[in-house]
Design a protein around this ligand. Sequence first.
Ligand SMILES: Cc1cc2nc3c(=O)[nH]c(=O)nc-3n(C[C@H](O)[C@H](O)[C@H](O)COP(=O)(O)OP(=O)(O)OC[C@H]3O[C@@H](n4cnc5c(N)ncnc54)[C@H](O)[C@@H]3O)c2cc1C
Length: 377
Amino acid sequence: MSKRVVILGAGFGGLELGTMLARTFGEEVDVTLIDRSDSFVFGFSKLDVMFCRASIEAVQIPYAGIDRPGLAFRRETVTAIDPWARRVETDRASYEADVLVVALGADYDVAATPGLAEGGNEFYSVEGARRLSGIVPEVESGRIVVGVVDAPFKCPPAPSECALLMHDELVARGVRDACEIVLAMPLGTPVPPSPETSAALLEAFAQRGIEFVGGQRIASIEPGRKVAVLDDGGELDFDLFLGVPKHRAPDVVVESGMAEDGYVPVESATLETRFPGVYAVGDVATAGVPKAGVFAEGAARVVGERLIAEWTGKDAPPPYDGRGSCYIEFGADEVARVDIDFLSGPERTGVFNAPSAALVAEKGEFGSSRRARWFGR
Ligand SMILES: Cc1cc2nc3c(=O)[nH]c(=O)nc-3n(C[C@H](O)[C@H](O)[C@H](O)COP(=O)(O)OP(=O)(O)OC[C@H]3O[C@@H](n4cnc5c(N)ncnc54)[C@H](O)[C@@H]3O)c2cc1C
């Protein structure tokens, strides 16, 4: 058989697909998994780093040693993609594929928001979280604004988690009374597909004195005046701005001509792009689901099941159902869960599971099971 599969990006989507194919076919498949980074970091670990609950070293899972029969990891930067020819150029080599899977995630465009780089901080990258781990423990007073500049953005509950964990941090150091916390985002409620989850978060904010400003993009930051300017011209003054920057598909994807309206359109049921033999999964794609790791992983699994069925002569698997569970840090050492279903029924649903200590353990198991499956450690 020896199909050549080239997977671009070793995040949630790329790791799940590469592992699945190598586990199923071993040396009978030739999977190349390419990523510019030397290690994987779970999205939620960035909050742990920012709030000094874990060191960078503890949350980085090196790709070294990930190779197994059928799967070869290459630490290279993808510089060009020709989706018609299924040909990829990197800073070191070129590849031709029978099946090409684009799983390059979403990049951040900090410069798209005037003043953000100079006057704010972002906590969505590993570097941004690391930087904040030196700033957050020093806050003793003032107004902290957690601000989402634009939608769509990864993991819609994450800014709410940031506000709740900031509250805990300030309480623990006895300075909460000297501080205000504001959360501003373009979404009208914290988690729109789940009114129950949004209501529980809004209640938690009210109990903790966190102000929620919904339905507003942040147009710019004025570093000199320490003000975040909202879409409608309103202003939020701050002493510390914790930002979620504008997201966009990586440049190499845009330059390949695969993107429309910023991301790669795919058939939601199959994750196929309009280019034969080319799939896109995860944050880089527009599959009709939120941008979150659990959805990238689910989409990758559907691609894997389709390829396995095709190559072994089995029936095609069911379409992608757009289901996934996201864990939400609620502070006070509790975690909630929202079970999202975007594609399987006539309506989008999001069922809320109240915060509990049991869900803390479940979230831990979510991370450790992926780590064991993808990295064998
Ligand atoms: C603070 C925060 C909290 C989060 N919490 C959760 C959560 O609790 N649950 C959840 O499900 N999701 C969560 N997420 C979202 C989650 O991290 C992402 O949605 C997920 O990682 C997307 O998976 P992906 O495979 O599409 O892309 P990614 O995991 O982003 O992987 C893309 C990969 O492509 C690589 N890459 C990009 N460009 C190039 C290039 N030119 N050449 C080579 N390699 C390249 C990158 O290095 C990266 O490894 C959170 C995100 C953040 C920021």
